[in-house]
Design a protein around this ligand. Structure first.
Ligand code: C2E
Ligand code: MG
Ligand code: MG
Ligand code: MG
Length: 291
C-alpha cells in the first residue's frame, strides 16, 4: 500500500517536487543515525480477549520524533527504510527492543505476549528466521505468544515466496497474523493455503461499526468465515463501546483500539495493564440488548 502511495520516490525526479525530495533524503540519512543511536522509540498497544476482557498481548508500534521535523509517521519512514535498504536493520533493531521491553515487563509481573509488524521486504530477507529465533531464544513464554503481523497486501506481492517464509516461521512456533485484512484483495483459496493462525480485520471496517450496517455485515461475515477456516480473529480500530459490544457478541477473539487503550510507552505498560484489569467488569458485563 505504501509503495503505491509514493511510486518510485527515489528513482525519478519530478519538477516541483524538490522540496519533498530533499526531505526524503534528509530522513533517509537521519534514519540511519536514529537506528544506530536509539533515536527511535517503541509504543505498545494492548490487545484484549474480547470475551474475558483480559490483556493477551501488546503490539509493538515504532515511533520517530525527528529532532527538527518532529513526528514522522511510521508509514512514511518505514517506506523510506524499504527504499533505502535499511528495513532489515530497522526490523532487527525493533526485534531487540521488543524482546528487552518484554523481559522487563515479565520481571514486573505483566503477563503479555508480543506482536511485531513485519514489512513486505522482510519476507524475502534470508536472515529473518535466524533473527527471530535468536531474539526470542530463552523467551519466558511459549513462542506461540510471539505474533508476527504481515499485511495482506505484503503476502500477495509474491504469495509463493511468502508461503515459504511463513512455513519456516511456523516451524519456530511463532503465531502468524494477516494484518489489515480486507484491504489486500487476497482470494479465499490463497488465504486457505497460508499457514497463518489469525486474521486481523482492517480498522477501516471497524472504525464506524457503530453506525454503518455494511461494515457490520462485512465484519460479521469475516469473523464467521475466519472461524470456519479455523482462524482466530482480531479487530483493530475499536473506538467506542458499541463497536466493542458488537465484536464481543459476534465472537471476535481479540480486540484492539483507542476505546480499550492507546499505544503506550514501555514504562507505562504495567500501569496500563492495571487500569485495564480494573475495567474488566465494565468491559465484560453482558449487555441485555445483545443477549
Ligand atoms: P498496523 O500494524 O495496522 O497498526 C495499527 C495502526 O492503527 C497503528 O498506527 C495504531 O496506532 C492505529 N490504531 C490503533 N487503534 C486505533 C483506533 O482505535 N483508531 C485509529 N484511528 N487508529 C488506531 P501507527 O502506529 O501509526 O502504525 C501505522 C502502520 O505503520 C502500522 O499499521 C504498520 O503497518 C506500520 N508500523 C508501525 N510500527 C511498525 C513496525 O515496528 N514495523 C513495521 N514493519 N511496520 C510498522
Ligand atoms: Mg499491525
Ligand atoms: Mg492493521
Ligand atoms: Mg496498517
Amino acid at each position: 500500500e505504501q509503495a503505491e502511495a509514493h511510486p518510485e520516490a527515489f528513482t525519478r525526479y519530478k519538477p516541483g517536487q524538490d522540496e519533498s525530495h530533499l526531505r526524503e533524503l534528509k530522513l533517509v540519512t537521519d534514519l540511519h543515525t536514529a537506528i544506530l543511536n536509539n533515536g527511535l522509540h517503541m509504543n505498545y498497544q494492548p490487545k484484549l480477549n474480547s470475551q474475558t476482557g483480559e490483556l493477551v498481548q501488546v503490539e509493538a508500534l515504532v515511533r520517530w520524533i525527528h529532532p527538527e521535523l518532529g513526528f514522522i509517521s511510521p508509514e512514511e519512514f518505514i517506506f523510506l527504510a524499504e527504499q533505502s535498504g535499511q528495513i532489515h536493520d530497522l526490523t532487527a533493531h525493533i526485534l531487540q527492543r521488543v524482546a528487552s521491553d518484554a523481559r522487563r515487563w515479565h520481571e514486573q509481573g505483566v503477563d503479555a505476549g508480543v506482536a511485531i509488524n513485519l514489512s513486505a521486504m522482510d519476507l524475502t530477507w534470508p536472515a529473518l528466521i535466524q533473527h527471530i529465533g535468536d531474539t526470542f531464544e530463552g523467551w519466558h513464554h511459549n513462542l506461540e505468544r510471539v505474533t508476527l503481523e504481515v499485511t495482506e497486501s505484503a503476502l500477495m506481492e509474491d504469495p509463493e515466496e511468502a508461503m515459504a517464509t511463513l512455513n519456516r516461521l511456523r516451524e519456530l512456533g511463532v503465531t502468524l497474523s494477516v494484518d489489515d485484512f480486507g484491504t489486500g484483495y487476497s482470494s479465499l483459496s490463497q488465504l486457505r493455503k497460508l499457514p497463518v493462525q489469525e486474521l486481523k480485520i482492517d480498522k477501516s471496517f471497524v472504525l464506524r461499526l457503530d453506525t454503518e450496517p455494511q461494515d457490520q455485515l462485512i465484519v460479521r461475515s469475516t469473523i464467521d468465515m475466519a472461524h470456519g477456516l479455523g482462524l482466530k480473529v482480531v479487530a483493530e480500530g475499536i473506538e467506542n463501546l458499541e463497536a466493542w459490544r458488537l465484536l464481543q457478541h459476534w465472537g471476535c477473539n481479540l480486540a484492539q483500539g483507542f476505546y480499550l487503550s492507546r499505544p503506550v510507552a514501555p514504562e507505562d505498560l504495567p500501569e496500563t495493564a492495571r487500569a485495564l484489569a480494573d475495567r474488566r467488569e465494565e468491559l465484560t458485563h453482558t449487555n441485555p440488548e445483545y443477549s
